[in-house]
Design a protein around this ligand. Structure first.
Ligand SMILES: *Cc1c(COP(=O)(O)O)cnc(C)c1O
Ligand SMILES: [Zn+2]
Length: 460
């Protein structure tokens, strides 16, 4: 097993003349990098370190995620927004690549990214679904076609593994509900990093195969995600690997901000009025908000209030339950739902998600497994988008919120579809139609077509 190398402390946080820290790109362990920033297209990192979200205590930009010195709160990346503002405009972003790296000045990387084409997925105007639900202006942000592994996790992993490489890690890992394992294994393969990932042993076949194909070491743990996660915290301490969602979590989670940036840009540099997104740990939800706030802060978009609504499955809805009870703390639950990719019983960012929903006049709701299946089918039939169970949860909650009058039909609403349906076919296999099995003869077709027409209104 290869050990991660400590990032040389003395090369972090030096101030250059421009006030920006010099950080190593492709750093070799033990080598002090003094300046690697002379690129024509990129003028160096804009992040300056980490900071505790609770008490504000500052840390260097190393592989750590909790405020060990003071309060054990989560750490967040700190940026020099003046530097970003000076360097970035709508035009410079539009001239960038059609990937998350067009926003690299807002991301915590120091050198060249691991570029697997992640991001800039379609924002679809969902006219049919809007009419069905009684909305005027509905959009689907479709990360089910993200690259390389068809979920939003490609965003967070592209950022986390780029940073992992900069920090000198040679083995990367994660605790996953499925999509994160796919993404970590694929992008590690591309980057030539060793990879060992952990999943609950009861995941869908598509998620398991979609990890194994990249030939990582895959540990299927007899337990739920929360137990996998606890095990991984111990492994992280013992083995010194780069865990994308543990010791690299501050960098990893920043990747989700790009789902905020892209929607603003794709709406023609405007904020939506209301967003609906799925909640697992709650990280994605909070980072869409951070993405919106940053674009306001640096003057890329005009401020306007945006309502944030979150979606959970009833079989794992600790955040929705806390929201409904008016609590600001989470009571952990044991997951039991077909929406495995968002089945986190003890969600780390739950309290922050509740705070955002409350502050913005949004809502957090849960739907049953049957409603999730209906949500998957509704999106497919109306818009031609086949999403996995997390997306079905989002669509079912969207429908529920409209019915409850919690979404104003006149407002521009964006529903975030975060994963692809081909990975969770088990969930819908017994709830959709079957093909007509016929002979290769016109008679046989004629008879079957008659039966088909008797069943459904004729396609006119
Ligand atoms: C991981 C995941 C989410 C949400 O993750 P957070 O932990 O809340 O950031 C949503 N949808 C899918 C498909 C996922 O895999
Ligand atoms: Zn703290």
């Amino acid at each position: 097993m290869q050990q991660a190398h400590e990032y040389p402390t003395h090369s972090i946080g030096f101030k250059s003349k421009g006030g920006l820290p010099l950080l190593a790109s492709d750093s070799l362990p033990g080598v002090t990098v003094t300046a690697t920033l002379s690129r024509s297209t990129f003028s160096g990192p804009t992040f300056t370190g980490l900071r505790c979200k609770e008490c504000g205590h500052a840390y260097e930009a190393s592989a750590r995620h909790v405020c060990e010195d003071v309060c054990f709160g989560p750490l967040e990346v700190v940026y020099d927004y003046e530097a970003i503002q000076q360097r970035v405009s709508r035009a410079t972003i539009e001239a960038g690549p059609a990937s998350i790296w067009r926003y690299r000045d807002f991301l915590p990387i120091a050198g060249d990214p691991i570029d697997v084409g992640t991001g800039f997925t379609p924002l679809l105007k969902a006219g049919n679904l809007a009419r069905r639900l009684g909305l005027r202006s509905l959009y689907i942000k479709n990360d089910g076609v993200n690259m390389p592994t068809l979920s939003f996790k490609d965003r967070v992993v592209s950022v986390a593994l780029t940073r992992a490489r900069e920090l000198g890690f040679t083995t990367v890992s994660c605790a996953s509900t499925g999509n994160l394992a796919n993404s970590t294994a694929a992008i590690a393969a591309h980057a030539g990093l060793d990879c060992c990932v952990f999943i609950p042993s009861d995941l869908e076949l598509g998620k398991v195969l979609g990890t194994l194909i990249y030939n990582p070491t895959l540990m299927a743990v007899k337990g739920n995600y929360d137990q996998v996660n606890r095990l991984c915290s111990e492994v992280a301490n013992t083995y010194g690997w780069g865990f994308v969602n543990i010791n690299l979590r501050p960098y990893y989670s920043e990747g989700s901000k790009t789902l905020g940036y892209e929607v603003i840009e794709q709406l023609g540099w405007q904020l939506p009025d209301h967003i609906v997104a799925p909640l697992a740990s709650g990280s994605l939800f909070t980072k869409i908000r951070k993405g919106f706030d940053e674009f306001i802060k640096v003057g890329l978009v005009d401020h306007k209030p945006v309502r944030f609504s979150g979606a959970q499955a009833e079989g794992c809805s600790p955040i929705a339950q806390a929201f409904a009870a008016g609590r600001d703390f989470i009571t952990p639950v044991k997951p039991n739902t077909i929406a495995k990719s968002i089945a986190i019983g003890n969600p780390a960012d739950g309290p922050y998600a509740i705070d955002i929903a409350n502050r913005t006049g949004g809502s957090i709701a849960a739907v049953s497994d049957a409603e999730i299946i209906d949500g998957i089918k509704l999106l497919a039939e109306t818009e031609g988008v086949f999403t996995e169970t997390a997306g079905g949860t989002t669509i079912a909650v969207l429908k529920k919120l409209v019915e409850q009058g919690k979404i104003n039909p006149e407002e521009t609403t964006v529903a975030y579809i975060t994963g692809n349906g081909l990975k969770t076919t088990e969930a819908i296999a017994s709830s959709i139609g079957e093909p007509y099995l016929i002979e290769a003869q016109l008679d046989s077709f004629n008879a079957a077509w008659k039966r088909a027409q008797a069943k459904a209104p004729s396609p006119t």
